[in-house]
Ligand binder design. Structure first.
Ligand SMILES: [Zn+2]
Length: 303
């Protein structure tokens, strides 16, 4: 996917400024704990959008301390994907806005990534579906996906997005969210990423939260550390063995019935389907197509 050509596009090895791709979600943002904050009809949604924008500005400020010429592309990867407040966002960023219907965003939370980026951040993510005590825990689409597997291992969104980044040669330098996600990232990524914790999950819809004033330096310092560590070449890519198979277990049979109408998607059981490809980005894109097809006509977040 081509990035709008507002900024100069040059090859990784021929330029002197860093390009950082930020895949972002909302459940792991400072102060976000409840569904009311996550959907446009919620009474507390407008305030949560500002918190989302705040956390992103904080990580960019931190990264810019170590790489003053860095530029950023942020993919708004939550729900309707029109959450981040563009006019309040650091001017060094470009923002991918709009719902993740397959014809829009075949790479979902990593749309507009390409191999021109040097480093990846995962900001505001949450634990995977089924995490005990997980705050707002789910994988991609909470109403559809019971479990998500990469090469037979159950994983969450950080692994999905890290594997897409890895297939473009981009390591994950920073992950932000709660302590449950910290553990999931440690167990999954093993690439040396820096973690910034902004709250302590208490259960599915509550957390002990710090104020934005308090999390801003935590996020900024972690991002700065990630850039420093990147410069000393200390991150490893997250690269599942190829060819890679991604598999989804659905909650209902008809979801799988619909998903397997996508060419290349294979039924693996009564309520499961998979995609195999020679790169994680291709497998993720194919499986996302299947997941969007699995929705019934009334999935408002896709339109
Ligand atoms: Zn989300």
């Amino acid at each position: 996917m081509a990035v709008p050509t507002i900024m100069p596009r040059t090859l990784k090895h021929r330029r002197e400024f860093m390009r950082i791709f930020i895949s972002s979600d909302m459940e792991g943002i400072t102060g976000v704990v409840h569904r009311d904050q996550l959907m446009p009809e919620g009474k507390t949604y407008e305030a949560a959008r500002r918190l989302f924008t705040h956390d992103l500005n904080a990580v960019m400020e931190g990264a810019l301390r170590e790489a003053p010429d860095a530029e950023f592309v942020i993919c708004d990867g939550h729900g309707v994907m029109r959450n981040i407040v563009l006019e309040d966002l650091h001017e060094r960023a470009q923002l991918v806005i709009g719902p993740a219907a397959f014809e829009n965003k075949p790479l979902c939370q990593c749309e507009c990534i390409d191999d021109s980026f040097d480093l990846g951040f995962l900001v505001g993510f949450h634990t995977r579906a089924g995490t005990p005590g997980g705050l707002l825990a789910h994988t991609w689409v909470g109403t559809t996906i019971a479990n998500f597997f990469i090469n037979g291992k159950v994983v969450g969104e950080i692994a999905i997005n890290a594997s897409i980044m890895g297939s473009y040669g981009i390591p994950v330098g920073l992950v932000t969210g709660d302590q449950g996600l910290k553990k999931e990232a440690e167990e999954t990524l093993a690439g040396g990423h820096i973690f910034a914790q902004v709250k302590r999950a208490l259960g599915p819809t509550a957390a002990l939260c710090m104020t934005p004033k308090k999390t801003r330096p935590i996020l900024a310092d972690a991002a700065a550390e990630a850039v420093r560590k990147f410069k000393s070449k200390k991150f490893k890519l997250f690269k599942p063995k190829l060819p890679v198979t991604m598999e989804v277990q659905t909650y209902r049979r008809e979801m799988t019935d619909r998903a397997v109408t996508v060419p290349g998607i294979k039924r693996t059981g009564e309520m499961s389907f998979s995609a195999t490809a020679d790169s994680a980005a291709k497998a993720a894109s194919l499986i996302w197509h299947g997941v969007t097809r699995a929705q019934d006509a009334a999935a408002p977040w896709l339109t």
